[in-house]
Write a protein that binds this ligand. Sequence first.
Ligand code: SF4
Length: 337
Amino acid sequence: MTTRAIDQLGRALTDLRVSVTDRCNFRCTYCMPRERFGPDHAFLERHELLSFEEIATVVRVLTGFGLRKVRLPGGEPLVRRDLPRLVGLIAALDGIDDLALTTNGSLLPRHADALAEAGLDRVSVSLDSVDERVFAAMADTSVPLRAVLDGIEAALAAGLTPVKANAVIRRGVNDDGIVDLARYGRERGVVVRFIEFMDVGRTNGWRLDEVVPAEELLARLDEAFPLEPVDGGPEGQVAERYRYRDGGGEVGVITSVSQPFCGTCTRARLSAIGELFTCLFAVGGTDLRAALRDGGTDGDLAAIVRGVWEARTDRYSELRSGATRDLPRVEMSYIGG
Ligand code: SF4
């Protein structure tokens, strides 16, 4: 029986993001800048990580609250070995009707088929530019753009659709490539989602003047490819959706800075070591691993999660101001964006 968990602002817990690792083979400047995540950075040790069975237990218990959507980000989730096995464990659970992966795409050619066979529904791939030089600068990697584009092709071929391409837009860095990205999406049948650059964590050197507000972004796109809004969409949907008037597909914008959407935020996040976070911009999380490893029952776990969620008042993006800027926020790569 489902008994919804409703927070202090009337939002139900229906969406969980599970970070399966804090490691990544890229060093995207807005998420994991190399100067802070260099060779000396202490990443989590394997024994600290929740096992796939422990992750599946958390998901199963949360389906009792009406959880229906699970997303698997990292770091880069595909650097964690045997990920299709986790996908299979979650796909087998009742109540989960949307199981997605967030990846930088570079390892997808090797894994797309196995992920699809295991029960993955769809993927979102980070793609900040289709210009080789700009891509390399933003991802700070020697992995060629081709590897990511091949990853998207592998996902399309494996039926992990709709494939979404997430592009974080920084003024003066990659905003000149907005139309080229849209053109790529139209040609490949990929939904490009343009994400306003966010002050996640404490390491990406965020500045408001580097944010391209969605309104400006859409105006630029509309000039090249006329757009119209798409109404509706699932509860807690993050992106605002638009379709091309000429039938060329869809595009999305994620407007955390210019038009916050905290009012409909139904997302919880689980770190790779089992801490439950109630906001992307949270300062800290609640440990679930002890309850998982010290003989706690499903009821114990459910009571902890319900207690945390029902006390939730998070709406960071609505409150974003000078005062919040100095809070010690958790890193995006640690809780999976
Ligand atoms: S800022 Fe926090 S509460 Fe607001 S939408 Fe993002 S995760 Fe949800």
